[in-house]
Design a protein around this ligand. Sequence first.
Ligand code: PAF
Length: 283
Amino acid sequence: MQVVETVAQVRDQLARWRQQGQSIALVPTMGNLHDGHMSLVDRAGELADRVCATIFVNPSQFGPGEDFEQYPRTPEHDMALLSEGGCDLLLTPSVAEMYPTGQDNSTRVRVPGSDQGLCDASRPGHFDGVATVVTALLNIFQPHVAIFGEKDFQQLMVIRRLVKDLHLPVTIVGSPTVREASGLAVSSRNRYLDEDQKQRAAAIYAALCAVRDGVQAGHPQDDVSTGAWRSMQAAGLEPEYLELRRTLDLAPASPEDLELVVLTAARMGGTRLIDNLSFPRTP
Ligand code: PAF
């Protein structure tokens, strides 16, 4: 695996591969890699000749008081995993490399609809930061395909929308959430949890399943959501939102909508965890 720090180095290498007619897949990450990321790398290897990844803890998607400084940085571990996982090229840029005119002064990409509540309500501006850095990464690599986790469902919708609106010549692939045996979605932020908190945080996935089962059984949506909310609280979680939306555009679900997704964010201790589950209205 080649590890580079500059955009120019990426472009040099990719020009060679393109000349040889090889297709390129990109897996953007913020590092601290786990099984969830590695499933994206596996998928990338199935979809293209060359697998590229990035590790960049993007400051512009963290709000004031969020965990930008504490966000786990584990470069040695990440490089070993990526290399074993068949990654061909890794970009680990500095903030100055990614934001050449300065982070606060740089062009921002804002996707309409990213302010439809859910994570945006408590993290205003977060999706502008994601959209901005993902647009830049897609321009740097110009990959045939880019892979993102479905765990960040709202993020995936924002990225699909920006690719459509800006006519970016790339296929965006969503990859299913990887879960612990308990059902807890694998996430970099799980490392902030102790074993007991991890076990109790499994109530998040149980709550999502309860909403799916209740909705599919035709129970009133409010009753189903209230029960699921209380079950998370009983496990020691502080839910921030638990909402049923339609998968098409994340608008609030109406009884006519058949493709649904229930999304939640909840805190365990100081740690904010997110998860979601897509399902059809009829079982
Ligand atoms: O999902 C992430 O890790 C980040 O939001 C992403 C897509 C790499 C952009 O910084």
